[in-house]
Design a protein around this ligand. Structure first.
Ligand SMILES: *[C@@H]1O[C@H](CO)[C@@H](O)[C@H](O)[C@H]1NC(C)=O
Ligand SMILES: *[C@@H]1O[C@H](CO)[C@@H](O)[C@H](O)[C@H]1NC(C)=O
Ligand SMILES: *[C@@H]1O[C@H](CO)[C@@H](O)[C@H](O)[C@H]1NC(C)=O
Ligand SMILES: *[C@@H]1O[C@H](CO)[C@@H](O)[C@H](O)[C@H]1NC(C)=O
Ligand SMILES: *[C@@H]1O[C@H](CO)[C@@H](O)[C@H](O)[C@H]1NC(C)=O
Ligand SMILES: *[C@@H]1O[C@H](CO)[C@@H](O)[C@H](O)[C@H]1NC(C)=O
Ligand SMILES: *[C@@H]1O[C@H](CO)[C@@H](O)[C@H](O)[C@H]1NC(C)=O
Ligand SMILES: *[C@@H]1O[C@H](CO)[C@@H](O)[C@H](O)[C@H]1NC(C)=O
Ligand SMILES: *[C@@H]1O[C@H](CO)[C@@H](O)[C@H](O)[C@H]1NC(C)=O
Ligand SMILES: *[C@@H]1O[C@H](CO)[C@@H](O)[C@H](O)[C@H]1NC(C)=O
Ligand SMILES: *[C@@H]1O[C@H](CO)[C@@H](O)[C@H](O)[C@H]1NC(C)=O
Ligand SMILES: *[C@@H]1O[C@H](CO)[C@@H](O)[C@H](O)[C@H]1NC(C)=O
Length: 510
């Protein structure tokens, strides 16, 4: 009796000491994960991370395309003819014509892929407009029931800067063109593909968030104010985003991409645009989801050493999941052949080796965090207030159950592979979480590499998806641990050790 009571006491004391020791050694308190999602959790659309593709790269990749500078020629035998003008960009052709066979590529993609097809608004001659409207019949017949949305115009807000419109181009002029063009496209579609007659548009796909400036001369909010949605044919509000311009001075991995404060600030610019559209009222604001119709790390195809690094993959995880937590409903990550920020290079060129690139591994982690067991499941994404500049935390709830935890460590850490090594051993940060009583365990899936500057040797959950191993299919790597489980203590507290420059998704059994 006595012994039992005493040993019980000792056990309690030990537990108490343990709890005290834990709260002393781990600076912040346990982060509380709630059993149900908070009322402001984000509710994303399905296929949250999607891709947008540069038109000229489309025959290489095949996917959602950006048609703004391409002119349709019904008599052209080749699918796509492109002329590169290096004084404008050496990364993609800026004079493009497409022929009917271009649209056949839509039939080569895996089943279940949905497309949004973009029509040319940039070319403003009456011949070019007529050709654009004529292409609508080819597009709708080729895409058929896989069509999600149309788009008419890509980044019209710098049309003046790029010489596609005169200096007096206004939001009102843009809206008039857009209304005329979408009416013409819709009637061509109705005639050629009656079942797709009511397909809506995503719009306006501006590069800037407003207000207008010398480069982005149109303000997206003023486009809505000028009646962009007066025909009630807009299904998604689309905006574009880059964290910065690759050629700008002062861009760094730590300061621009691996910086949660900057992620929150840049998303804030988009959210302010959306709020200003919603505030227009009077039926000027469409009650439809707001998406990033095109985005990636750094504009002008990314910067070598930054956009193609593992650090950019970690940025992509933080950025995308943060967007979802704020109800930015879908994210089209922009791709192009030879682009520095691409998730994969589809063909071998003299500039870039064919294969899986670091950002792809970030896409995998986001997909794991946001997967739904069933299309009708309700997914909610929450950004936890414990997040700071160097660490972000998120939870996923599915149908009211706490299902996943994501930790992104954004401290840069350099490998020994490049000329800049970090002068101290790689730190590991411990985070503790207080789980709801119902949680029984969890499986740990890590996104790791030798450091944030790594461009190879990356794994997601112990697998490499490198092209040279199994053409992009997962291959288990013997030198990376996987199959880890969390240990939940008697108080429902779980500790996770996360090394600098890595991310962890825990799938919880709650
Ligand atoms: C996201 O949308 C849901 C559903 O409309 C809403 O309940 C929630 O408050 C929104 N959260 C944010 C951060 O906007
Ligand atoms: C680019 O060079 C071509 C000739 O190669 C010229 O016609 C064109 O005006 C130039 N464009 C710009 C924007 O400088
Ligand atoms: C088309 O844009 C060009 C270049 O800015 C301009 O000179 C021309 O007036 C525009 N034409 C029409 C019909 O808007
Ligand atoms: C804009 O400028 C063009 C000449 O570049 C002119 O033809 C057109 O009438 C002007 N439009 C307006 C609305 O002033
Ligand atoms: C729009 O269509 C109307 C009626 O067909 C026409 O008068 C007007 O010039 C068109 N405007 C533009 C910018 O295409
Ligand atoms: C992170 O981003 C914020 C907001 O843009 C900025 O103020 C801060 O200086 C950045 N941090 C670093 C380390 O550059
Ligand atoms: C790379 O390939 C392109 C297109 O095939 C060609 O125009 C260019 O001259 C090549 N450059 C080099 C350095 O080989
Ligand atoms: C984030 O990490 C950087 C680099 O290690 C450090 O200089 C900075 O103080 C950290 N910021 C915060 C808010 O902890
Ligand atoms: C490292 O520096 C050496 C000597 O300065 C240079 O030859 C090499 O290209 C550099 N390597 C990288 C990856 O920058
Ligand atoms: C990593 O290398 C870059 C240069 O590429 C340097 O600016 C940065 O300070 C290094 N970061 C760390 C954490 O050592
Ligand atoms: C990563 O680090 C390990 C251990 O130091 C080393 O064997 C491996 O070659 C490195 N991988 C890359 C891609 O640098
Ligand atoms: C595991 O091996 C691969 C292939 O040799 C290498 O690229 C990678 O860096 C290694 N990873 C670690 C953590 O050592």
């Amino acid at each position: 009796m006595f012994l039992n009571t005493r040993s019980l006491f000792v056990w309690c004391l030990a537990a108490l000491l343990e709890a005290e020791a834990a709260s002393v050694s781990s600076k912040p308190k346990s982060i509380v994960l709630s059993e149900s999602a908070p009322s402001n959790a984000g509710i994303p659309l399905d296929s949250f991370v999607s891709y947008s593709f540069e038109l000229s790269s489309w025959p290489d990749f095949a996917g959602k395309i950006n048609l703004d500078i391409a002119i349709f020629d019904a008599s052209q035998k080749t699918g796509l003819l492109g002329i590169v003008r290096p004084n404008i960009s050496s990364d993609y052709p800026t004079i493009i014509t497409i022929g009917p066979s271009f649209f056949e590529s839509y039939k080569t993609m895996p089943k279940g892929t949905k497309y949004s097809h973009g029509f040319n608004l940039g070319a403003n001659s009456s011949a070019a407009r007529t050709a654009t409207f004529a292409s609508a019949a080819y597009a709708c017949k080729a895409i058929g029931s896989d069509l999600a949305y149309w788009e008419y115009g890509n980044e019209p807000d710098p049309f003046v800067s790029s010489g596609y419109r005169p200096h007096n181009y206004t939001e009102a002029a843009y809206v008039e063109e857009w209304l005329n063009g979408t009416t013409a496209i819709s009637s061509a579609v109705k005639a050629a593909c009656p079942s797709l007659a009511n397909t809506k548009f995503m719009a306006p796909s501006f590069a800037g968030v407003g207000p207008a400036n010398d480069f982005f001369t149109l303000d997206p909010v003023l486009a809505w104010k000028n009646g962009l949605d007066q025909n009630d044919n807009i299904g998604l509000i689309s905006s574009h985003n880059y964290m910065g311009v690759s050629t700008s001075p002062g861009i760094t991995l730590q300061g621009t991409l691996m910086n949660h404060t900057n992620v929150v600030a840049k998303a804030g610019d988009q959210l302010r645009e959306w709020a200003a559209i919603k505030a227009l009222g009077n039926g000027l604001d469409p009650d439809v989801p707001f998406i990033l119709g095109e985005h990636n790390s750094l504009a002008r195809q990314g910067r070598p050493g930054l956009s193609n690094s593992f650090g950019a993959a970690l940025w992509g995880v933080d950025w995308n999941v943060y967007l979802a937590s704020q109800n930015i409903s879908r994210s089209h990550m922009h791709q192009g052949t030879n682009y520095r920020y691409q998730s994969w290079q589809p063909i071998q060129t003299n500039l870039t080796t064919i294969g899986t690139k670091p950002p792809y591994y970030g896409n995998l982690a986001v997909a794991a965090m946001m997967a739904k067991p069933h299309p009708s499941s309700l997914l909610k994404i929450t950004h936890l207030p414990a997040s700071s500049a160097n660490n972000s935390f998120y939870t996923a709830h599915i149908d009211k159950t706490l299902t996943r935890l994501l930790i992104v460590d954004l401290h840069t850490y350099n490998t020994t592979a490049n000329n800049y090594t970090t002068s101290f051993p790689r730190p590991v940060e411990s985070h503790t979480f207080q789980l709801p009583a119902c949680c029984r365990g969890g499986a740990v899936h890590r996104l790791v590499a030798n450091g944030s500057d790594a461009v190879t040797g990356i794994t997601w959950d112990g697998n490499s998806y490198n092209y040279e191993l199994a053409e992009g299919k997962p291959v288990r790597q013997g030198n990376v641990t996987c199959g880890e489980r969390v240990k939940i203590d008697r108080k429902g507290v779980v500790r996770l050790d996360v090394e600098w420059s890595s991310a962890v998704v825990v799938t919880l059994d709650c």
